[in-house]
Ligand binder design. Structure first.
Ligand SMILES: [Zn+2]
Length: 340
């Protein structure tokens, strides 16, 4: 009797396991057959009524049936898990051989772009590109440039003073001094860089801006040489003929000194905030290097002379890109920067 029920129970449960379609189906079969109130448990209760050797035999049958069902259920469960894993692998598959999308590339600041272009131009003309400290000595920023302590030019270039008589350089001219001291003549160099002034900030004044200064020291250098280089420079920057005017200008470190103005490229002449309503923008102070400056750097002005010029890189970027407020350039405002 019991043999039959065990066999039927086993074959019936095996069939249900085979046709189970989910872990839940399988769990239902387990509860029905192997659970504490399941059919196998019922059968084992009946064992008690059997004779001892019969009980042992049927007990064995029961255990075997139980073992088979458990094995079958375990195997089916593994099938479900493998199928689930396959489905997940398929869904979440990533091709590691594809090229990465990469980070978003930025671009150069308009001032940096102009600076690099000019460096390239001057290198092609045989000039070296030199750098110098932004924190300078009073000597290199003023005295060595023929601007002694009582000179009014010091007021016009008020800056930020640091401990120990150091200051934030007001122009890149100290690099010229350092180059003359270190390299001596003949010398062709430019010095692009950041400079500082103690200024009231408005549309055309900033406390921090960029300059590029250049100098050539050689034998028999004249204003004609200087003009040749200035013209090459402007043609390269603006890619067109820009109207310029040369005015006498006073700078302590040159003699004679000039002020080279360019017609305002923002308004084209009638006047705007950038050109302070004059139609002209001061672009380049320039001139022949003052004999005192040469002498202070250990160069004999009887044998050597040269020209020097300064160029506002920040102002140049404003002219070229039509930027009407200098404050944008240092603002770090992406809405502004992303336009270039
Ligand atoms: Zn203007």
């Amino acid at each position: 009797m019991l043999d039959r029920s065990i066999e039927e129970l086993e074959s019936g449960s095996l069939a249900r396991i085979a046709s189970a379609e989910s872990l839940a189906d399988l769990e239902a079969v387990r509860v029905d057959a192997l659970g504490r109130k399941g059919t196998l448990a019922q059968v084992s209760k009946d064992l008690g009524r059997l004779a001892p050797d019969e009980r042992a035999r049927v007990g064995k049958l029961l255990n075997t049936a139980k073992q088979r069902l458990e094995d079958a259920m375990e195997a089916r469960k593994r099938q479900f898990e493998e199928a689930a894993l396959r489905a997940r692998l398929y869904a979440e598959w990533i091709d590691l051989t594809l090229p990465a999308p990469g980070s978003r590339r930025g671009h150069l600041h308009p001032v940096t772009r102009i600076q690099r272009e000019l460096e390239e131009l001057f290198v092609s003309l045989g000039f070296a590109v030199l750098d110098g400290p932004e924190v300078e000595t009073e000597y290199h920023n003023f005295d060595a440039l023929n601007i002694p302590p009582e000179h009014p030019a010091r007021d016009a270039q008020d800056t930020f003073w640091l401990d120990g008589g150091h200051l934030l350089r007001t122009h890149t001219s100290p690099v010229q001094v350092r180059s003359m001291e270190r390299l001596g003549p003949p010398l062709r160099m430019i010095a692009p860089g950041r400079v500082f002034r103690n200024e009231s900030v408005d549309a055309s004044h900033e406390h921090t801006f960029y300059q590029l200064e250049g100098m050539m020291v050689d034998r028999e250098v004249s204003v004609a040489h200087m003009l040749y280089f200035m013209k090459a420079l402007l043609t390269d920057i603006f890619q067109r003929e820009a109207a310029v005017r040369l005015r006498p200008g006073y700078f302590p470190f040159v003699e004679p000194g000039f002020e080279l103005d360019i017609q305002c490229l923002i308004c084209g002449g009638p006047g705007c905030p950038v050109c302070k309503q004059s139609g002209w923008v001061e672009l380049m102070p320039c001139g022949l290097v003052h004999p005192n400056v040469l002498r202070m750097s250990g160069i004999d002005p009887e044998e050597w002379n040269g020209f020097a010029f300064g160029l506002g890189l920040t102002r140049l970027a404003m002219m070229r890109y039509g930027i009407d407020d200098i404050r944008y350039l240092q603002s770090g405002d992406l809405r502004f920067l992303e336009q270039f």
